[in-house]
Design a protein around this ligand. Structure first.
Ligand code: SAM
Length: 277
C-alpha cells in the first residue's frame, strides 16, 4: 500500500505527523521521506501508522506517542510523567549563552523543577566543563531526566535530588552556591482553559500554580539569592502576562536585582533574568 493512497484526504498536520512517525519507525530523516513522490508501506508500517493516527485524533501529542522529542537540537525521552519541553523555553538557553559566551567556563547550574531534564542537560552539553544539580518533586520525572542524562553521557556532571524546591537539597548542599539558577516552574492559572493535548498528557503538577499562576515563584524567590554566587544569575521562565508580577516578587527580595525580560518567538514576555547583588 502507498502512503498517499491511504492518507491523501487526511488534514495536512496529521499527514505531516504520520511522516514524522514513519521516519522515526524507519530510522531515516523526515526530509528524506518527505521528498519521495510516494512511500510504499509494509503491513507492519500500516498497522503502526493506523494506531498512531487513532492516538493523534484523540489529541495525544506525537512526542508522547513516539516517546521522544527534540529540544535545542538535542533528543530527549518524554513520557506522560514529564512536561514536553517547549520551543519557547529555548529562550532561556539563549539567555544563558548570551551572558556566558565562554563555552569552556566552569559554570555551576541548579535547575529547579527539571522535568525531562531538557534545560540543564542542554546547558551541560553546551558547556562541557560545567556541573549541575537538578531537582524535582516528581520521582517519576526524575527517572526520565536520569535516563536523558545517561543517553547524553553527562551523568558524571549532574546530580538529581527529589523534593520541594530548595528543600530537596540534602543537608550538605543547603548552603551550596551556584553561578546560574534556572527554572521553568508551573505557572498556569488554575482556571485557565488548556487544550486537551496538554491537559490530558502533561502532568498537572508541572502546569498549575494557583489562581494567579504565581504560587511557585513566591515559594522559590526568597531563597534564590542565598544560593547564588556573587553576580550569579537567575533565569526564570514566565507566562506571557506575568512579567510585571514576577518582577514585583523579585523587587521584594534582598540581594536580587532584576536585569531584563526576554521575549519568545511569538514576541511574548517569556524569560526573566535577575542577578545576585
Ligand atoms: C513546567 S515543568 C518544567 C519542566 C522542565 N524544566 C522543562 O522546562 O521542560 C515544572 C516542573 O516542576 C516540577 N515541580 C512542581 N512543583 C514542584 C516543587 N514543589 N518542587 C520541585 N519541583 C516541582 C514539576 O514536577 C515539573 O517537572
Amino acid at each position: 500500500m502507498k502512503f498517499f493512497d491511504l492518507y491523501k484526504d487526511l488534514e495536512i498536520a496529521h499527514q505531516k505527523s504520520l511522516i514524522v512517525a514513519l521516519s522515526h519507525f524507519r530510522h531515516v530523516s523526515y526530509s528524506k521521506l518527505r521528498l519521495q513522490n510516494d512511500i510504499f508501506l509494509t503491513l507492519e508500517e500500516q498497522h503502526f501508522l493506523s494506531h498512531t493516527l487513532t492516538r493523534l485524533k484523540q489529541k495525544e501529542p506525537l512526542t508522547k506517542i513516539l516517546g521522544c522529542t527534540e529540544f535545542y537540537g538535542f533528543n530527549f525521552a518524554v513520557t506522560t510523567d514529564v512536561l514536553d519541553p517547549r520551543q519557547d523555553s529555548e529562550m532561556l538557553i539563549d539567555a544563558v549563552r548570551t551572558d556566558y559566551c565562554d563555552n569552556h567556563a566552569n559554570l555551576s547550574f541548579l535547575d529547579l523543577g527539571t522535568g525531562s531534564g531538557s534545560l540543564i542537560i542542554t546547558l551541560l552539553l553546551l558547556y562541557p566543563n560545567a556541573q549541575g544539580i537538578a531537582l524535582d518533586f516528581s520521582e517519576k520525572a526524575l527517572k526520565v531526566a536520569e535516563q536523558n542524562a545517561n543517553f547524553h553521557k553527562i551523568s558524571n556532571r549532574i546530580t538529581f535530588y527529589q523534593g520541594s524546591w530548595f528543600d530537596a537539597l540534602p543537608v550538605a548542599k543547603q548552603v551550596a552556591k551556584f553561578d546560574c539558577i534556572i527554572t521553568n516552574p508551573p505557572y498556569i492559572k488554575s482556571d485557565y482553559p488548556l487544550d486537551d493535548s496538554v491537559k490530558n498528557y502533561d502532568p498537572h503538577e508541572a502546569l498549575y500554580a494557583g489562581t494567579d499562576g504565581l504560587d511557585d515563584y513566591i515559594k522559590i524567590m526568597p531563597k534564590v539569592s542565598e544560593h547564588l554566587n556573587n553576580k550569579g544569575r537567575f533565569y526564570c521562565e514566565i507566562g506571557f502576562d506575568q512579567s510585571i508580577a514576577v518582577q514585583d516578587i523579585i523587587y521584594r527580595q534582598k540581594h536580587l536585582k532584576f536585569l531584563q525580560c526576554i521575549k519568545d518567538y511569538s514576541e511574548n514576555d517569556r524569560v526573566i533574568v535577575a542577578e545576585h547583588c
